[in-house]
Design a protein around this ligand. Structure first.
Ligand code: S3P
Length: 194
Protein backbone atom coordinates (compact mmCIF):
# COMPACT_ATOMS: atom_id res chain seq x y z
CA UNK A 1 0.00 0.00 0.00
CA UNK A 2 3.01 2.30 0.38
CA UNK A 3 2.81 3.38 -3.25
CA UNK A 4 -0.66 4.90 -2.70
CA UNK A 5 0.58 7.13 0.13
CA UNK A 6 3.64 8.01 -2.00
CA UNK A 7 1.39 9.11 -4.87
CA UNK A 8 -0.80 11.18 -2.53
CA UNK A 9 2.25 12.79 -0.87
CA UNK A 10 3.73 13.51 -4.29
CA UNK A 11 0.56 15.28 -5.42
CA UNK A 12 0.38 17.27 -2.18
CA UNK A 13 4.04 18.27 -2.45
CA UNK A 14 3.54 19.47 -6.01
CA UNK A 15 0.42 21.44 -5.20
CA UNK A 16 2.15 23.13 -2.27
CA UNK A 17 5.20 23.82 -4.52
CA UNK A 18 7.42 21.90 -2.16
CA UNK A 19 10.86 21.43 -3.62
CA UNK A 20 13.69 19.27 -2.36
CA UNK A 21 16.33 20.70 -0.06
CA UNK A 22 19.92 21.21 -1.09
CA UNK A 23 21.87 19.44 1.65
CA UNK A 24 25.59 20.03 2.17
CA UNK A 25 27.69 17.46 4.00
CA UNK A 26 31.47 17.12 4.15
CA UNK A 27 34.48 17.31 6.40
CA UNK A 28 35.15 20.32 8.62
CA UNK A 29 36.54 23.21 6.59
CA UNK A 30 35.20 22.11 3.22
CA UNK A 31 33.03 25.24 3.03
CA UNK A 32 29.57 23.93 3.90
CA UNK A 33 28.56 27.05 5.82
CA UNK A 34 30.05 29.62 3.43
CA UNK A 35 28.76 27.87 0.33
CA UNK A 36 25.40 27.14 1.95
CA UNK A 37 24.77 30.75 2.93
CA UNK A 38 25.73 32.02 -0.51
CA UNK A 39 23.56 29.39 -2.22
CA UNK A 40 20.59 30.35 -0.07
CA UNK A 41 20.99 34.02 -1.03
CA UNK A 42 21.44 33.28 -4.73
CA UNK A 43 18.56 30.82 -4.95
CA UNK A 44 16.33 32.78 -2.55
CA UNK A 45 15.92 29.80 -0.32
CA UNK A 46 16.03 29.72 3.41
CA UNK A 47 19.16 28.48 5.14
CA UNK A 48 19.61 26.30 8.20
CA UNK A 49 22.65 24.65 9.76
CA UNK A 50 22.33 21.61 12.05
CA UNK A 51 25.13 22.85 14.34
CA UNK A 52 23.22 26.13 14.80
CA UNK A 53 20.02 24.22 15.59
CA UNK A 54 21.87 22.25 18.28
CA UNK A 55 23.45 25.37 19.80
CA UNK A 56 20.21 27.32 19.73
CA UNK A 57 18.11 24.53 21.23
CA UNK A 58 20.58 23.60 23.95
CA UNK A 59 21.77 27.18 24.54
CA UNK A 60 25.30 25.78 24.60
CA UNK A 61 28.29 25.87 22.31
CA UNK A 62 29.24 22.69 20.44
CA UNK A 63 32.67 22.74 22.10
CA UNK A 64 31.02 22.87 25.55
CA UNK A 65 28.75 19.94 24.73
CA UNK A 66 31.79 17.89 23.66
CA UNK A 67 33.76 18.90 26.73
CA UNK A 68 31.03 18.46 29.33
CA UNK A 69 28.94 15.57 27.94
CA UNK A 70 31.14 13.90 25.33
CA UNK A 71 30.77 13.11 21.66
CA UNK A 72 27.98 10.52 22.05
CA UNK A 73 25.63 13.08 23.57
CA UNK A 74 26.51 15.52 20.80
CA UNK A 75 25.74 12.86 18.15
CA UNK A 76 22.36 12.24 19.77
CA UNK A 77 21.53 15.96 19.64
CA UNK A 78 22.78 16.03 16.07
CA UNK A 79 20.39 13.22 15.06
CA UNK A 80 17.51 15.10 16.68
CA UNK A 81 18.46 18.21 14.69
CA UNK A 82 18.61 16.13 11.50
CA UNK A 83 15.12 14.78 12.19
CA UNK A 84 13.84 18.31 12.45
CA UNK A 85 15.53 19.81 9.39
CA UNK A 86 14.64 16.78 7.26
CA UNK A 87 11.00 17.75 7.50
CA UNK A 88 11.66 21.09 5.77
CA UNK A 89 11.32 21.86 2.06
CA UNK A 90 12.97 24.43 -0.26
CA UNK A 91 15.89 24.94 2.14
CA UNK A 92 19.63 24.95 1.86
CA UNK A 93 20.81 22.81 4.77
CA UNK A 94 24.39 22.71 6.06
CA UNK A 95 25.40 19.97 8.44
CA UNK A 96 28.22 19.24 10.86
CA UNK A 97 31.13 17.27 9.44
CA UNK A 98 30.23 14.09 11.32
CA UNK A 99 26.56 13.94 10.41
CA UNK A 100 27.22 11.16 7.89
CA UNK A 101 28.56 8.83 10.59
CA UNK A 102 25.03 7.64 11.33
CA UNK A 103 23.42 6.08 8.29
CA UNK A 104 19.97 7.01 9.56
CA UNK A 105 20.93 10.71 9.36
CA UNK A 106 21.84 10.38 5.69
CA UNK A 107 18.64 8.46 4.97
CA UNK A 108 16.57 11.21 6.60
CA UNK A 109 18.39 14.01 4.78
CA UNK A 110 17.86 12.23 1.45
CA UNK A 111 14.11 11.92 2.00
CA UNK A 112 13.49 15.58 1.15
CA UNK A 113 16.83 16.54 -0.28
CA UNK A 114 19.69 16.09 -2.68
CA UNK A 115 22.87 15.53 -0.69
CA UNK A 116 26.11 17.14 -1.90
CA UNK A 117 29.39 16.28 -0.24
CA UNK A 118 31.96 19.08 -0.39
CA UNK A 119 35.51 17.75 -0.42
CA UNK A 120 38.99 19.22 -0.12
CA UNK A 121 42.54 17.96 0.36
CA UNK A 122 43.88 17.58 3.92
CA UNK A 123 46.34 20.43 3.32
CA UNK A 124 43.62 22.75 2.08
CA UNK A 125 41.42 21.90 5.06
CA UNK A 126 44.34 22.50 7.40
CA UNK A 127 45.02 25.89 5.82
CA UNK A 128 41.38 26.85 6.20
CA UNK A 129 40.67 25.68 9.76
CA UNK A 130 43.93 24.45 11.33
CA UNK A 131 44.39 27.68 13.30
CA UNK A 132 40.80 27.76 14.64
CA UNK A 133 40.04 26.59 18.16
CA UNK A 134 36.30 25.93 18.22
CA UNK A 135 36.38 22.45 16.65
CA UNK A 136 37.03 20.00 19.48
CA UNK A 137 38.04 17.11 17.22
CA UNK A 138 40.90 19.11 15.69
CA UNK A 139 42.45 20.26 18.98
CA UNK A 140 45.29 17.74 18.76
CA UNK A 141 49.08 18.21 18.74
CA UNK A 142 49.22 17.51 14.99
CA UNK A 143 45.99 18.75 13.43
CA UNK A 144 47.10 18.03 9.84
CA UNK A 145 47.75 14.37 10.68
CA UNK A 146 44.41 14.20 12.51
CA UNK A 147 42.67 15.58 9.42
CA UNK A 148 44.40 12.99 7.21
CA UNK A 149 43.39 10.11 9.49
CA UNK A 150 39.81 11.29 9.95
CA UNK A 151 39.33 11.91 6.22
CA UNK A 152 40.49 8.38 5.44
CA UNK A 153 38.27 6.89 8.17
CA UNK A 154 35.26 8.83 7.03
CA UNK A 155 35.66 8.39 3.27
CA UNK A 156 33.06 5.58 3.05
CA UNK A 157 30.57 7.68 5.00
CA UNK A 158 30.96 10.72 2.78
CA UNK A 159 30.56 8.44 -0.23
CA UNK A 160 26.89 8.03 0.75
CA UNK A 161 26.17 11.52 -0.64
CA UNK A 162 24.34 11.79 -3.95
CA UNK A 163 27.16 13.91 -5.43
CA UNK A 164 30.67 14.95 -4.42
CA UNK A 165 31.97 18.42 -5.26
CA UNK A 166 35.69 19.17 -4.98
CA UNK A 167 36.41 22.61 -3.53
CA UNK A 168 40.21 22.72 -3.47
CA UNK A 169 41.44 25.56 -5.68
CA UNK A 170 37.87 26.56 -6.58
CA UNK A 171 36.15 29.86 -5.90
CA UNK A 172 32.83 29.95 -4.05
CA UNK A 173 31.23 30.92 -7.36
CA UNK A 174 32.62 27.84 -9.10
CA UNK A 175 31.47 25.52 -6.34
CA UNK A 176 27.99 27.06 -6.33
CA UNK A 177 27.69 26.84 -10.11
CA UNK A 178 28.68 23.18 -9.96
CA UNK A 179 26.04 22.44 -7.33
CA UNK A 180 23.22 24.38 -8.96
CA UNK A 181 23.99 22.85 -12.36
CA UNK A 182 23.67 19.38 -10.92
CA UNK A 183 20.64 20.27 -8.83
CA UNK A 184 18.64 21.81 -11.66
CA UNK A 185 19.87 19.77 -14.62
CA UNK A 186 19.83 16.25 -13.34
CA UNK A 187 16.69 14.37 -12.62
CA UNK A 188 16.08 14.93 -8.95
CA UNK A 189 16.07 11.50 -7.35
CA UNK A 190 13.32 10.01 -5.27
CA UNK A 191 9.82 11.35 -5.34
CA UNK A 192 10.18 15.04 -6.28
CA UNK A 193 10.50 17.00 -9.46
CA UNK A 194 12.27 20.31 -9.81
C1 S3P B 1 32.26 17.81 13.59
C2 S3P B 1 32.16 18.92 12.79
C3 S3P B 1 31.69 20.22 13.29
C4 S3P B 1 30.78 20.03 14.51
C5 S3P B 1 31.46 19.19 15.54
C6 S3P B 1 31.84 17.81 15.01
C7 S3P B 1 32.75 16.54 13.01
O1 S3P B 1 30.98 20.94 12.28
O2 S3P B 1 29.57 19.45 14.12
O3 S3P B 1 32.60 19.88 15.98
O4 S3P B 1 32.57 15.48 13.63
O5 S3P B 1 33.32 16.58 11.90
P1 S3P B 1 31.71 21.65 11.02
O6 S3P B 1 31.93 20.59 9.98
O7 S3P B 1 30.71 22.66 10.57
O8 S3P B 1 32.97 22.25 11.51
Amino acid sequence: MKWITDIIMDKLNRSFKRKPNIVLVGFMGTGKTSVGKRLSTNLRRRYIDTDNVIERDSQRRISDIFEEDGEDVFRQLESEAVNRVSKLYNYVISTGGGVVLKEVNVTKLKENGVVFCLSATPEEIYNRVGHQTHRPLLQTPDALETIRIMLADRAPYYAQADYTVETTGKTFGEVMTHITNIFFKTTVPRKYTK
